[in-house]
Design a protein around this ligand. Structure first.
Ligand SMILES: *Cc1c(COP(=O)(O)O)cnc(C)c1O
Length: 396
């Protein structure tokens, strides 16, 4: 690894220098009003990024995984039925967490590379006449395969079935990078973390609850202490946390939210699309294919790239680290060794992206793949030239 190179893993992402500096704070008394001046703008900013007017926002010292647990443990009872699709490592891990919490998960096995099967959800929900299913899980962006799913379609499936189940969405690798509409999609709980779209170190679980999800928490009996939203709410009402808050990280979050909202969410999403599209042009010029099976599911935050049969894709990642000091993502679970991943979310420019594509080409050529040096870089250059970025004059 080299600290001079950007990382191309799908989280933690590259940090803007100003955000990194904002995390570096002297100790303050977290029971003083100074903390409230950090906390409340964070809550308001996250709500805006979720495109919600009324979501209850909870920020825990944790990671995205703790956000999953916050969602489950606050709203469900042991033995409750959950509907989920498994189409990659992250949806798999959330299902595994449900099972370890004693929940009864109906799993729709979905080929890795495809999006969530909203039609199958609708069929199952329609057949569930007694409304035994309490929650539907949806991974908005499956980071293992570079697949984005249509959450509006999942909401439509619930509505078409006239089913009252709650809708929980994992937006860890989409929120603050790709369009996310908490209110419009009728999301009941959205889960994210600090180290992806928010461009911070790992350390915060960030969740949004609908009124309906908060209501469910009043009678839910799964054990919870650290992640109890009622305790957190009491803390907020007194301008603090129920325990010691990670003040520096939250100060960083406050700045990152300011930067995202100042750039404008639609511009942030367009920037991610542009950067991603350049990467996709490169992949196509290399003669390789994405794990994602069709353009409507292509993720704008991570591309999982299939390598030829018999080639161990993980070798690219090890070689890149050893020889060029640059980080790409390995394949996980079912696609381990079959794909390598280029993370392209967070703080990234065209120029940074071209450097990653150039490094990937060197690695693939070194390892004997039939890649013409410069081919992917040139394809991305052409795309970026033809679709110039909005002015970065004022960007950090
Ligand atoms: C990164 C990620 C997670 C896990 O988050 P941690 O912060 O590592 O706990 C969960 N879901 C998705 C989609 C992710 O990309």
């Amino acid at each position: 690894m080299s600290f001079q190179n950007p990382v191309f893993i799908p989280g933690p992402t590259n940090m803007p220098e100003a955000v990194r500096q904002a995390c570096n704070m002297p100790t303050i008394d977290h029971r003083s009003p100074t903390f409230g001046n950090i906390l409340h703008p964070c809550i308001d900013g996250v709500r805006k990024v979720l495109k919600s007017d009324s979501a209850w926002i909870y920020i825990f010292p944790s990671t995205g995984t703790g956000g999953w647990e916050t969602a489950l443990s606050n709203t469900l009872n042991s033995g409750d039925k959950v509907l989920a699709a498994r189409n990659g490592m992250f949806s798999h891990r959330w299902i595994d967490m449900c099972q370890r919490h004693g929940l009864d998960v109906q799993v729709v096995e979905t080929p890795w590379g495809q999006g969530l099967p909203a039609d199958k959800y609708e069929e199952i929900l329609t057949a569930d006449k007694n409304h035994e299913i309490k929650v539907v899980l949806a991974t908005h962006n499956e980071t293992a395969t570079g697949v984005k799913s249509d959450i509006a379609a999942v909401r439509k499936a619930l509505d078409a079935a006239g089913h009252p189940a709650l809708l929980f969405v994992d937006g860890v690798s989409s929120i603050a990078s790709m369009d996310f509409r908490f209110d419009e999609w009728g999301v009941d709980i959205a889960v994210t973390g600090s180290q992806k779209g928010f461009m911070l170190p790992a350390g915060l679980a960030i969740v949004g609850f609908s009124e309906k999800a908060v209501a469910a928490s009043k009678s839910a009996t799964l054990p919870r202490t650290f992640f109890d939203i009622a305790d957190m709410q009491k803390g907020y009402d007194a301008n603090g946390f129920p325990f010691t808050p990670p003040v520096g990280l939250m100060n960083g979050l406050k700045l990152s939210l300011d930067m995202l909202l100042e750039e404008g969410l639609e511009n942030v999403f367009a920037r991610h699309y542009r950067i991603a599209e350049g990467v996709r042009q490169a992949v196509s010029a290399w003669g390789l294919e994405l794990c994602a099976t069709s353009p409507e599911v292509y993720s704008d935050t991570v591309s999982a790239i299939r390598t030829p049969d018999g080639f161990n894709a993980t070798d690219i990642v090890s070689h890149a680290a050893d020889v060029y000091g640059v980080a790409f993502g390995v394949g996980l679970g079912e696609v381990a060794g079959k794909v390598f991943r280029i993370g392209h979310l967070g703080s990234l420019t065209d120029v940074m992206t071209l450097s990653g594509l150039g490094a990937a080409e060197m690695c693939m050529a070194d390892l004997g793949l039939n890649i013409k040096l410069g081919s992917g870089v040139a394809a991305a250059q052409e795309y970026y030239r033809a679709n110039p970025a909005a002015s970065r004059k004022n960007a950090a």
